[in-house]
Design a protein. Structure first.
Length: 322
């Protein structure tokens, strides 16, 4: 039996999302936001000008990252400034995981009202209580280990989120320990759409409301989290939304030969599931540094200029930008 420490040390050798920290002076730590059963840290970014009802985006980092780093890499704060919405950046605690990975593969952290997932939900509740948050416009996005936790948050708290974006992530319920986590990352965990959606819906057996819309971003050549995971995520959430797994539209994205968009079904003229398939990305974020409204992000080993700012297109899917 592996200890939690041993599991995370082994897992991080694959789940690497390193970056050298840069200053992000406008990030504020909220020391007390609830009972915090998952022992996480909360960071908040709030533009100077906000409307009466403010949308909220929660962004979850990958391994060996922290809140400041994921904000720099993704460019979400620039989007928040330009479009007047708030940001929350949960941060892993080294006491939980010495490599700062969210523990997406440990059952005690990905069940409703327990562990790390419960701490993230308390951060959202705190933001709602202290600010004029529009409770109908709350979103979640994450990359790598953070992408796996993003899937968990939407499964556990579907009433909270309007939509989410999973980048280089894994379906909810794909792992129950280190070994099944490693297997899932290598693309060995496959289920039917019904089996995947059952894992989501069993967390809220009496829930009769809608589930979040979802955008999936994944590199076709990802060596750490095989691209088949993107296909399994699509199977999971098309089944949740009772959509066909065959896309209704496939299109090359914005004259970019490396990006293809797959659209799955419509409901009230809005796609509920979209997948962005990106060539020559590896295990990294797709960004497009620059000052244009559709540009952003900071280049690093794990954030690659693909002339495609994934954060912008996630925000577009969330209907936060024009």
């Amino acid at each position: 039996m592996f200890s939690k420490l041993k599991q995370t040390l082994m897992l991080v050798s694959i789940f690497l999302f390193g970056y050298q920290s840069q200053s992000q002076s406008a990030m504020n730590e909220i020391a007390e936001f609830g009972s915090n059963p998952g022992n996480l840290k909360m960071f908040q970014y709030q533009p100077k000008e906000l409307g009466k009802k403010t949308p909220l985006v929660v962004v979850l980092h990958g391994c060996i990252q922290n809140a400041e780093e994921i904000a720099q890499l993704t460019g979400w704060n620039k989007l928040a400034d330009e479009n007047q919405f708030m940001m929350i950046y949960p941060q892993q605690n080294p006491a939980n995981n010495p490599q700062n990975c969210f523990n997406w593969f440990l059952p005690e952290d990905i069940v409703k009202n327990k562990g790390e997932a419960a701490s993230i939900k308390q951060m959202i509740d705190y933001a709602i209580d202290k600010n004029n948050v529009d409770v109908d416009r709350i979103f979640v996005a994450g990359v790598s280990a953070g992408g796996a936790i993003t899937a968990a948050m939407m499964a556990l708290y579907p009433e909270t989120f309007k939509a989410g974006a999973i980048m280089s992530g894994i379906p909810y319920g794909a792992a129950t320990d280190l070994m099944t986590g490693l297997s899932a990352m290598q693309g060995n965990t496959k289920k039917t759409g019904q089996e995947w959606s059952d894992l989501v819906k069993e967390q809220n057996p009496l829930y009769e409301g809608g589930y979040p819309s979802i955008a999936v971003f994944h590199g076709n050549d990802d060596p750490a989290v095989k691209v088949i995971n993107a296909e399994e995520i699509v199977k999971q959430w098309t089944s949740v939304h009772q959509l066909d797994t065959v896309p209704i539209t496939i299109q090359r994205f914005s004259n970019n030969d490396d990006v293809t968009a797959y659209f799955y079904g419509k409901r009230e003229n809005k796609q509920k599931v979209i997948r962005y398939s990106i060539n020559n990305l590896g295990h990294a974020l797709a960004i497009d540094p620059g000052e244009n409204i559709k540009q952003g992000g900071t280049i690093s080993k794990y954030a690659i200029d693909k002339d495609f700012h994934s954060s912008y297109w996630a925000a577009k899917f969330f209907e936060l930008v024009e």
